[in-house]
Ligand binder design. Structure first.
Ligand code: FAD
Length: 409
């Protein structure tokens, strides 16, 4: 039986970046992927910081060639108020733009590239069991014909995303501390889009900050449109093939008739209760990365960037361990990943409790503060020179309080 250095479960962005790095470091990597690619997955608006991870994994040039929609900022709305962020105006020195992507093509581009570089990828291969021991892990997967195969690996990286393979097998799943929410979404033909609207993600709060709508334009003239809210709202929107959802986006006032003449690319799809946590992110012989760790909320488009960040870090530490170096997984991995996740957690909480809207839509916000918040929205959430990261737990409620006080005078 062949022994791989590393088996990666899942070929999404976390898995592809992890496999690319280990392959670059001359490790023998196998990726096992349940589906065949291209396959649909939600998560289409990237953040500038993920460009750093793609670059370090030598995947950026391949993605550049596709011509995905350039994203230069994010626009937030509530009723008549608007707040624009431009990634060129931020605190952290880093990427000033990124892409909005149909994930089927984006993920396939990454996987094609790692295969070209020599990574072995087996599609239609669903990991069912993993047996851990001190030095060799036995990974069992089922192929499309129902045949089971057992492989040996020195180390396993779980990048199975919503599949949550090891969290389920090892009983690591934990409920999220965020409220339960869901989403309904589709792709539409966006004939009425203005050129400026193409470069932004459009996020519009409604129902007193309990729900919001997204519009994520793609370079092929289509746009992803979705609504996020409490599960009850999403269930109601999804009845009769999403009838209420379709009416809602057709008549949404601030989209100014952009989708009146609604032409859907596919019928609306629903995800309920997407937030989930995990008890631990590593153990003997394995590490979790991307969505198989914790998933918070889509409002700041952080999912893929956290996936590429954690995939890359997991791969670097795995490489060190396989090279005989001592790795402190708690400090160097779990705590590092959590630093970024927890910054986003504060912003997600601030979005739904209204603090962020108070800040975003106030005239009181000076350009320096806006730049610092913009770096969070660009994904540079490990930069502790930024007070909006260093003091993320307290700074938003404090600033919102000051703004409200000024507004009341
Ligand atoms: C409504 C909504 C909107 C979102 N919008 C955004 C956004 O705009 N921007 C953003 O960055 N993120 C967004 N996200 C988050 C984004 O979807 C995820 O964070 C991202 O896809 C995680 O990448 P990943 O590589 O960890 O997992 P995935 O992309 O899910 O890839 C995991 C892979 O593992 C495979 N797999 C699963 N089980 C097995 C198994 N047993 N054996 C083998 N393979 C397996 C799957 O087939 C899949 O290909 C959104 C999420 C939701 C719910």
């Amino acid at each position: 039986m062949q022994v791989y250095d590393v088996v990666v479960i899942g070929a999404g962005p976390a898995g592809a970046v992890a496999a690319a790095y280990l392959n670059k470091m001359k490790k023998n990597v196998l990726v096992l992927e349940k589906e065949t690619f291209p396959r649909f997955v939600i998560g289409e608006s990237l953040l500038p910081h993920c460009m750093d991870h793609l670059e370090e994994a030598d995947l950026l040039e391949a993605v550049k060639k596709i011509g995905f929609q350039k994203k230069t900022g994010a626009a937030f709305y509530k009723e008549d108020a608007k707040c624009d962020f431009l990634f060129s105006e931020q605190h952290t020195k880093g990427w000033e733009w990124t892409w909005q992507v149909k994930r089927a093509l984006f993920d396939k581009t990454l996987v094609d590239e790692i295969q070209k570089k020599g990574v072995e990828v087996r599609f239609n291969s669903t990991v069912k069991k993993v047996k851990f021991s001190s030095d060799t892990q036995l990974v069992e997967y089922e192929d499309e014909y129902g045949n089971n195969t057992i492989l040996k690996a020195k180390f396993v990286i779980d990048a199975s995303g919503y599949g949550r393979v090891l969290p389920s097998l090892l009983d690591l799943n934990e409920p999220s501390d965020l409220e339960t929410r869901g989403a309904i979404f589709t792709h539409v033909v966006d004939k009425n889009r203005t050129e400026k609207a193409g470069n932004n993600i459009f996020i519009h709060a409604f129902n007193d900050n309990e729900a919001w709508l997204w519009a994520i334009p793609f370079s092929d003239g289509q746009t992803s449109v979705g609504v996020v809210g409490k599960n009850e709202l999403i269930k109601e929107f999804s009845l009769n093939n999403g009838e209420k959802f379709k009416n809602f986006i057709q008549n949404f006032e601030n989209l100014k008739g952009r989708f009146t003449d609604l032409s859907l690319v596919f019928e609306p799809r629903t995800i309920l209760g997407y937030s989930i946590g995990v008890k631990q992110m590593y153990g003997n012989g394995y590490v979790l990365c991307g969505n198989s760790t914790e998933f918070l909320d889509p409002v700041f488009s952080s999912g893929v960037t956290l996936a590429t960040y954690s995939g890359l870090l997991a791969a670097k530490l795995t490489y060190q361990q396989l090279s005989g170096k001592q790795v402190d997984w708690e400090t160097d991995y779990e705590n590092e990943v959590k630093k970024g996740v927890n910054v986003f957690r504060s912003y997600v909480q601030g979005w739904y409790n209204g603090d962020l809207q108070t800040i975003f839509f106030s005239d009181e916000i000076n350009p320096e503060i806006k730049k610092q918040i913009c770096s969070v929205l660009a994904g540079y959430v490990w930069d502790t020179t930024n007070p909006f990261i260093k003091k993320h737990k307290t700074i938003l409620p404090t600033l919102a309080k000051v703004v409200r006080l000024k507004q009341s005078i």
